[in-house]
Structures are given as C-alpha cells and as structure tokens.
Design a protein around this ligand. Sequence first.
Ligand SMILES: NC(=O)c1ccc[n+]([C@@H]2O[C@H](COP(=O)([O-])OP(=O)(O)OC[C@H]3O[C@@H](n4cnc5c(N)ncnc54)[C@H](OP(=O)(O)O)[C@@H]3O)[C@@H](O)[C@H]2O)c1
Length: 242
Amino acid sequence: MKLDGATALVTGTNRGLGHHFATELLRRGAKVYATARRPELVEIPGAEVLRLDITDQASVEAAASVATDVDVLINNAAFTAGGNLVTGDLDAIRQVMDSNYYGTLAMIRAFAPILARNGGGAILNVLSAVAWTTVDGNTSYAAAKSAAWGLTNGVRVELAAQGTHVAALVPFLIATETLKEYLGNAGVDISEEVMDDPADLARLALDGIEAGEVEILDRLSAEAKATLTGPPQALDLSAVGS
Ligand SMILES: NC(=O)c1ccc[n+]([C@@H]2O[C@H](COP(=O)([O-])OP(=O)(O)OC[C@H]3O[C@@H](n4cnc5c(N)ncnc54)[C@H](OP(=O)(O)O)[C@@H]3O)[C@@H](O)[C@H]2O)c1
C-alpha cells in the first residue's frame, strides 16, 4: 500500500525505533498519530501526539475513539527487560508478556474494525530474532516475542478477509539506547556494525509495507530463522552471525 496520504498510528514514539517510524512516515506523506505513555516526551514536529499505554484497556479504547481515520497500525512499543524465566522477577516477566503479547493484541482488537472501515490497510508488528532463538539473561523476552510471532501469524489469517495486510518486522539488534544499556549492564561487547541503525530499519520496514511484504528481515534475523530447522540446542541468539 502507498504510505503517501495514509494515516498511521505508531506506539512508543518517545524514543528508539518508534521515533524513527513516526518521522519516516511523516517524510513519506502520511498523517501520523505518535503515541506514548508520556506524550510530553514526544518530539516529532507535524505529528498528532496521543497518550497511550498499550497495556491499559481504557487507554487503548480512548486512542481508538480519537484515531478513527487510521489505516496503518505500527505496533512497536514493548517492555523488553524481563530477565530470565526461571530466576527472574515475575512482575517483570508479566510486564514483558503484557506489552509484547496482550498489549499488541489489545491494539489489534481495538483497531481492526477501524482498519476495516478505512479499506483494510496494514498492521506491522515489531518482533525480534529472539522469537526464533532465545537469549540467556532475557529468556522471558524471547518467549514473549515467540508469542507475538504466533499472534502475528494468527491475526494475518483472521484479518485477510477484511483486506488488512499483516506484516512482521523481525530485527536482530537495533542500535537504540535500550539495547546499548542492556549490553553494557550484561558486560557484552558487540560491535555496532552488526546492529541495524534505527532510521535505516524504519525505512526498510516501511518499504516492505509499501511492497506488500509479509515478513521483513534483516540479514542476521534471516540467519536466526534458519536455526529453526536445526536441533533445539542450537536456538541461541549468541550463536547467530558468529
Ligand atoms: N533494540 C533492539 O536491539 C531490538 C531488537 C529486536 C527487536 N526490538 C523491538 O523493537 C521495538 C523497539 O525497540 P527499541 O529498542 O526502540 O525500544 P525502546 O527504545 O526501549 O523503546 C520502547 C518504547 O516502547 C514504549 N513502551 C513500553 N511499554 C509500553 C506500554 N505498555 N505502552 C506504551 N508504550 C510502551 C516505551 O515507552 P516508555 O519510554 O514510556 O517506557 C518506549 O517508547 C520493540 O518492540 C523491541 O522489542 C528491539
């Protein structure tokens, strides 16, 4: 679909990849609802800023009652620091699942009728290569992204009849402050050369939407997907690209 003249809603635009999605959509001629839990932190000239917490049903419904002209929904927002499944803090594990799975689902359920009324449109869910692997230290995040991958596939089948294109962006590592902080805390030294620049990634994803792609991968996430055909012991993100 063409993004020039489209109306997009992006979640989590106060920082990271979400900020770049909103900026690039505006550059391509779309109207943009730039949403965030703390809208006062959103600095995107030309966007309509909305308060939105995707894990709060009232907040999701309030956004859907205002943004009735949306035909592109970008589910980018996520809490990513869940920690390990067995030893991690259960509240953090729930928060990771709430945002990556239930929050994304709440957004899709609220906006599916709006997309239908506006001609079908498109949904882009931001997943991660950890959906197909795992990563020691943050296995709960990997599990939540696996659930979000299943959600994406299911919703694609369900919404085909109303003409909504459902796509997944599956990045490997994105050079955002969140990732750098995570790697720093974990004492992991990874060259920025293997990371996606968030502005480039937003362009790649939106090119994919315009081209009607279903799964938008970078080089290393394609390698991560290939591990699914091997033994389960090999499903380790740190083994990809090394
Ligand atoms: N960085 C990577 O290496 C990487 C790799 C693969 C996939 N991804 C995925 O790419 C997406 C963006 O990542 P990023 O690195 O840009 O993340 P980020 O910089 O940590 O930004 C996350 C955004 O999500 C928002 N958010 C979190 N929980 C929310 C909620 N309940 N409701 C609304 N907004 C919420 C945050 O808002 P607050 O400021 O209010 O917390 C923030 O705006 C995520 O889906 C992430 O899982 C990231």
